[in-house]
Design a protein around this ligand. Structure first.
Ligand code: PLP
Length: 401
């Protein structure tokens, strides 16, 4: 007898069918149905101007529009990306601060660079140390790779060290994910001193391969990237895999372009990474978007000043929004330490209470995103004039929850 389609097993043993949860789209739907004139949408994680309109940097899109038709049509130079893009993007990110041996490949966004990391360093059942409050895609990627998530508190270096040591002792290898600076969703930045402490702690385990997957998606919205110099102190057993996103810093979310850069004391090791990445890319997405690479390379080579001016003005605007938000809180509610970047996160340790605050806010026409132990507020897309009302409504919701 032929079995019905739903009972036959068409899929491999890794396939699961619980739907991908999207923490933003459900809230957005509610926002769109809300007819209140003062409703506030604090869910949008993209840069918006003071009219809440998505920002597209003119310096980028002028270059993009001026490309030749063939730039949109043709394949890139190779699977690993165009040479000029790889070099210019690398220089833009690391500013000559890291003197270790390195290799880099173009990827489909920061996500593509993270995908390479999840597929290169981890076996099924391995532990991956990730921040306990984090971008939810890490969990999706870990599930797909059958990797065990071990969480560390973002702000507690001692606890981070204990968890790292325990994985090292039990598994003989450590893969850790650090999202810094301007951590999503809190806006926390470790800074040079803490980076030095992390490297100095990990340096003692000289017999253990350690991989630091470093997600720098929001780095262009931070003033200071000198913390990269701490990488130079890492011993040979530490490999850095830096996931670079061009989505935020170049307002190119939809163009899907990024970079995976690896650093180590040994040229042999980073060369091995390059060979592996090329094959992984070939076997998954093949190459990246040629027009996007060309746009970024041309902008960085010929219009860097215009680009820097635009970026700086928006970085200042986000800083103004954040300062206003922080100033107006006046001890009425708690947030996680904010330094830089797109988001501020309301601190609610108990997730049940967080849900109550979330619902109270919706009743007051304010839409946020639930994260573990908090609510994410996207200051990147809110105008200065919305912030006082938003802060008052958050204070009221916290008081009533
Ligand atoms: N890492 C973090 C923390 C993010 O928030 C995002 C995007 O939202 C990414 C990485 C990946 O960005 P993309 O793949 O769009 O470059």
């Amino acid at each position: 007898m032929i079995k019905g389609g739903t009972t036959m097993n068409f899929f491999n043993r890794y396939a699961t069918f619980n739907k991908l949860e999207n923490t933003v789209f459900g809230v957005l739907e509610k926002y769109q149905k809300d007819t209140h004139p003062d409703k506030i949408n604090a869910t949008i994680g993209s840069l918006c101007d003071e009219e809440n309109k998505l920002v597209s940097f003119e310096s980028i899109y002028k270059t993009f529009r001026n490309l030749a038709n063939t730039d949109y049509t043709k394949y890139p130079q190779g699977i690993i990306g165009n040479q000029d893009y790889r070099q210019l993007c690398f220089e833009h990110c690391f500013e000559n601060l890291v003197h270790l041996k390195h290799q880099e490949v173009a990827t489909n966004g920061g996500t593509g660079a993270l995908h390479l990391a999840f597929h290169s360093y981890l076996n099924e059942g391995d532990s991956l140390l990730v921040p306990e409050i984090c971008w939810d895609s890490y969990h999706v990627m870990a599930k797909q790779r059958q990797v065990k998530i071990v969480e560390y508190p973002v702000f507690d270096l001692e606890c981070f060290q204990q968890k790292a040591q325990s994985i090292i002792e039990t598994e003989g290898k450590l893969v850790v994910l650090i999202n810094d600076p301007a951590h999503n969703p809190t806006g926390y930045s470790l800074g040079q001193e803490k980076w030095e402490q992390i490297i100095s702690f990990l340096n003692q385990f000289t017999e253990t391969p350690i991989i630091i997957i470093h997600d720098i998606a929001y780095i262009d919205y931070c003033q200071d990237r000198n913390f990269f110099t701490s990488f130079n102190k890492a011993k040979e057993h530490i490999l850095f895999h830096v996931a670079v996103s061009m989505s935020k810093g170049f307002t190119m979310y939809g163009q899907r372009i990024g970079l995976a850069a690896v650093f180590n004391q040994s040229q042999g090791l980073v060369d091995k990474c390059l060979i592996l990445f090329e094959k992984l890319l070939r076997a998954s997405v093949s190459c990246c978007n040629n027009a996007a690479m060309k746009t970024i390379a041309t902008t960085l080579a010929n219009h860097k000043q215009d680009y820097q001016q635009e970026l700086t003005s928006y970085r200042k605007l986000i800083r103004q929004r954040a300062n206003l938000f922080l100033e107006l809180i006046q001890n009425r509610f708690a947030i996680y330490p904010y330094f830089d970047g797109f988001f501020i996160t309301l601190k609610v340790n108990d997730n049940q209470q967080r849900d109550e605050v979330f619902n109270q806010l919706i009743d007051n026409h304010v839409y946020t995103v639930k994260v573990n132990k908090g609510l994410r507020i996207a200051i990147c897309s809110l105008s200065l004039k919305q912030i006082p009302m938003l802060v008052d409504k958050v204070a009221l919701a916290v008081k009533n929850a």
